[in-house]
Design a protein around this ligand. Structure first.
Ligand SMILES: Nc1nc2c(ncn2[C@@H]2O[C@H](COP(=O)(O)OP(=O)(O)OP(=O)(O)O)[C@@H](O)[C@H]2O)c(=O)[nH]1
Ligand SMILES: [Mg+2]
Length: 286
């Protein structure tokens, strides 16, 4: 059941009014079962309680509206401050980080598509030289989009490839360099060292972390603790379309101090949209 269904069910069987105390208990369960993390649920309910400290009972519509407002505030706080489609610098260098399967390569293809549609020029650095098939995957996207991919053979130095891509862009006065990276290495330590090196060499203007909306927030945090050390500027939340429970995005928005820039909402090339709190609320509340 989705968060939306659960909220609709909450008032079934009572006459449209609910005691604040009871409401809180039930919301607690609903939110947790929808994959909102414990910490975020606590925050939501404390805020709810403070807002309604003077009331004993609430009408259904009021309670739902009130919850929606709190959730909206959480989402709004995660809005990005920067418009990467109007870059202040040329080329704008963007590096992608994220554990394997969270959609780095897909996001790069989708962003490149959007940038090209905006009349901008893009080059991609195939700096995941670890996973078999990674170079082919990004080259395939590049060919499909008519975008140049700078690559070397498997096992080559990812930093050197990023460097080459930047030189390529500089020489041609291009707008963007998008750096794909590996999501898995022999060890997390190796991965971290490699990300650090790529960062040191390419000096990205922006670093995005990709996360999978399907993973519970605690899992995301655990999986990315080591990457947090690298420092990133923004988050891309992918696979929102497959997240039936729908709650983890609220914890991501609440727990991470970095803003969310984009949402992956499907399988197609066009399915990357700028982060939009209203889009998420509509999914949850209809
Ligand atoms: N349904 C859906 N699938 C997605 C979305 N974003 C990415 N995927 C799929 O998730 C899978 C992994 O995506 P990749 O882009 O290869 O992930 P990655 O982070 O580059 O993975 P590694 O290269 O292994 O580190 C692919 O099958 C994508 O099609 C999304 O928003 N919705
Ligand atoms: Mg990849």
């Amino acid at each position: 059941m989705t968060l939306k269904d659960r909220i609709s069910n909450l008032f079934r069987g009572n006459k449209g009014e609910i005691e604040i105390g009871k409401f809180k208990d039930e919301y607690f369960e609903i939110l947790l079962e929808s994959d909102v993390s414990f910490e975020t649920v606590e925050y939501i309910l404390e805020t709810f309680e403070k807002k309604h400290s003077k009331e004993k009972r609430l009408k259904r519509e009021e309670a739902v509206e009130s919850l929606k407002e709190i959730l909206r505030e959480i989402l709004v706080k995660a809005r990005p401050g920067r418009d990467i489609f109007n870059p202040e610098k040329k080329p704008l260098i963007i590096m992608f980080l994220g554990i394997n399967g969270t959609g780095k390569t897909t996001t790069i293809a989708r962003l490149a598509y959007l940038m090209k549609k905006n009349g901008k020029t893009v080059v991609i650095a195939a700096s995941d030289t670890f996973r078999a098939g990674a170079i082919e995957q990004i080259r395939y996207h590049g060919e499909d989009l008519g975008i140049r991919v700078i690559y070397q053979e498997m096992g080559a130095d990812p930093s050197a490839i990023a460097y080459d891509a930047i030189e390529h862009a500089r020489a041609r006065n291009m707008d963007y360099v998008l750096i794909d990276t590996a999501g898995r290495m022999q060890t997390n330590k190796n991965l971290m060292d490699e990300m650090r090196k790529i960062k040191r060499v390419s000096k990205p203007d922006m670093t995005f972390l990709t996360v999978d909306a399907m993973a519970a927030t605690d899992a995301i945090e655990q999986a990315t603790t080591f990457l947090r050390d690298i420092k990133f500027d923004g988050i891309v939340v992918n696979k929102l379309d497959t997240d039936v429970r729908g709650g983890s995005i609220f914890s991501i928005a609440h727990k991470f101090k970095e803003p969310i820039y984009f949402l992956g909402v499907g399988q197609k090339l066009e399915d990357l949209i700028p982060y939009d709190p209203e889009f998420i609320l509509k999914k949850v509340f209809g």
